[in-house]
Design a protein around this ligand. Sequence first.
Ligand code: NDP
Ligand code: GDR
Length: 371
Amino acid sequence: MAKVALVTGVTGQDGAYLTDLLLKKGYIVHGVKRRSSLFNTERIDHLYQDPHEQNVHLTLHYGDLTDSTNLIRIIQETQPDEIYNLAAMSHVHVSFETPEYTANADGIGTLRILEAVRLLGLTKKTKVYQASTSELYGLVQEVPQSEKTPFYPRSPYAVAKLYAYWITVNYREAYNMYAVNGILFNHESPLRGETFVTRKITRGVAKIALGLQDKIFLGNLDAQRDWGHAKDYVEAMWLILQQEKPEDYVIATGVTTPVREFVRMAFDEVGIELEFKGKDENEVGIVKVCKNPEFQIEIGKEVLAVDKRYYRPTEVDLLIGDPTKAQKQLNWKPKYDLPALVKEMVENDVDLFKKEKLLKQSGYYVRNQFE
Ligand code: NDP
Ligand code: GDR
């Protein structure tokens, strides 16, 4: 019998990679997607099957983490062996603007899933994976950060995820459930949301190289993150649910890099060497050399500037994970390093905007992108 998985946040970056992985492993996958006034399934359209077909392996259900009865009904109908709770308002900066909603969806939303499993008498059958985050570490207590490092959240997002983390641990201990946290450090990909810093940079670099944009405006260039590839990280999620004992795991590469260095690497991919000048909010990036004849870019042009509006009220300065436990117990090892990730993301965005440029040059309407 095929295993049944329920994936919340199926339309997001991780939802798309995880669904692909589970389908390849022979799972029947049910995904929870929100109703939206525009189509929001672009990342999984290639996996979607018309419900009128035979042998449908992926089914989408309308739902929301803020709606308990909806979640109870979906879990009752699908009777999942595994639930991957990936749904969340996942943008740290936006959580300062929408703290109450973030607490509801990211914190209480997790409780709703766990409580639904309990109410439906599925505690022995259904395993629950909670998408926990390195943002829990927040204000640096120690480096590298492991499963034993104390938490000090620094945003409404991280505080909501702290609740989700502990309620998952509590349901495991109180009801003997297989409920676990994957404490995942930042992971990116060509499917990354456009307003997270890596994708904002790779899209900006592609547009600048193609003459579609003049400059990228960023916030704190000194922040350091442990960046991996989402494809590797969804593999870890699956492994975490296949263990004999339910335990929490840190998933990270163990390498940290400042945002400024990510910018440099991304420009380097299109043959543009940058020189950084100035400090803090006055820092700029100027084109020093352009080695790629395909891209006509003026030497000395300012292509990067800092805009304070992207600073956060409280920042997480340094994240670097210690994945020793995952390496030993899960036998997990990432296939991508940062240069390979940056290369894939930049190439993807150059391709994307080459198409846009072609449309523009042929006189077709190109929608305005609000970023
Ligand atoms: P995305 O922002 O790409 O995806 C989030 C998903 O959650 C989307 O499908 C979104 O739907 C859905 N969603 C948002 N709010 C609700 C809600 N109220 N009810 C139902 N669905 C909702 O995030 P990622 O894929 O990058 O991350 C997946 C999870 O992992 C998140 O919980 C995130 O906080 C966590 N995480 C991510 C890390 C990363 O580096 N990517 C690291 C550590 C943890 P829609 O498409 O309609 O917006
Ligand atoms: P993060 O990711 O907050 O770590 O959360 P993000 O890419 O948004 O920021 C990373 C760092 O870059 C700095 N930064 C900017 N960030 C954004 N978004 N836009 C900018 O213009 C910019 N300039 C500099 C930020 O200040 C920050 O230090 C991500 C999300 O996926 C969470 O859901 C997840 O839990 C964590 O990763 C682990």
